[in-house]
Design a protein around this ligand. Structure first.
Ligand SMILES: C[S@@+](CC[C@H](N)C(=O)[O-])C[C@H]1O[C@@H](n2cnc3c(N)ncnc32)[C@H](O)[C@@H]1O
Length: 173
C-alpha cells in the first residue's frame, strides 16, 4: 500500500494505521469523513455507528456499506443461508432507522451494482475453486472453506435480488 502511495505521489498526505477498529486510538473530533466498506458487520452495524461517531468533527460524514435485505420476502434458501452466516442482516428501512437513532442524518443510500460482487471478487474466486478443491482433496477443513465459497457464490447467483451491499452516507449535526 505505501508503495502505491509513493507511486501516486501522495505519500505525504496519507497516514496508514494498522489497528483495531473497535478501539480506535484517535482524539475525539479528528475526522471529516469515516469511510468503511464491508467491515462494519464485524463489530455489528449499530456498534460501528456508535464507535465512529465521537471521532467525527461537527457536520462530519460516515459512509458505510452494510449487507442488507433488498426485498421484504427473501427466498427461503437465501434466508436459511444468512440465518447461519449473517443473522444480524436487516432491510434498508431498519438500517436507516438505526442510523437516525445513532444520531446521524441520512444523506443518501444506494445499492452497489452486481458487478461490484462479480468483477473483482466472485469471478476470480470462482475460477480458483476447482484447483483448490484438487489441491486440498485430503484436507477436510480446507475443503469445507472451498465448499462454503461455492455455496455463497451459488446463493448470490440465484438470489442477488434478495440482498446486496447498500452504501449508507450519513452526517452528524
Ligand atoms: C471483508 S474485508 C473488507 C476489506 C476492504 N474494506 C474491502 O472492501 O475490500 C474486512 C476486513 O476487516 C478487517 N478486520 C477484521 N476485524 C478488524 C478489526 N477489529 N479492526 C480492523 N480491521 C479488522 C479484516 O482483516 C478484513 O481485511
Amino acid at each position: 500500500m505505501s508503495e502505491k502511495l509513493i507511486q501516486k505521489g501522495i505519500a505525504d498526505r496519507v497516514q496508514i494505521v494498522n489497528g483495531d477498529m473497535s478501539s480506535l486510538d484517535f482524539h475525539p473530533a479528528t475526522f471529516d469523513l469515516i469511510w468503511s466498506e464491508v467491515a462494519a458487520y464485524i463489530m455489528g452495524f449499530k456498534n460501528a455507528l456508535s464507535t465512529g461517531k465521537p471521532f467525527l468533527v461537527k457536520h462530519g460524514y460516515l459512509a458505510v456499506t452494510e449487507l442488507t435485505w433488498l426485498r421484504p420476502d427473501p427466498l427461503d434458501q437465501a434466508k436459511r443461508f444468512f440465518a447461519e452466516e449473517y443473522p444480524a442482516m436487516q432491510d434498508i428501512e431498519s438500517n436507516l432507522e438505526a442510523i437516525r437513532r445513532a444520531g446521524y442524518n441520512v444523506v443518501g443510500h444506494f445499492t452497489l451494482p452486481e458487478s461490484a460482487w462479480w468483477d473483482h471478487y466472485y469471478t476470480p474466486i470462482e475460477k480458483k475453486l476447482p484447483e483448490l478443491r484438487k489441491k486440498h482433496k485430503d484436507n477436510p477443513e480446507a475443503l469445507a472453506v472451498v465448499e462454503l465459497h461455492e455455496m455463497e457464490i451459488d446463493i448470490y447467483r440465484k438470489y442477488s435480488d434478495s440482498y446486496g451491499y447498500v452504501f449508507y452516507v450519513t452526517q452528524i449535526d
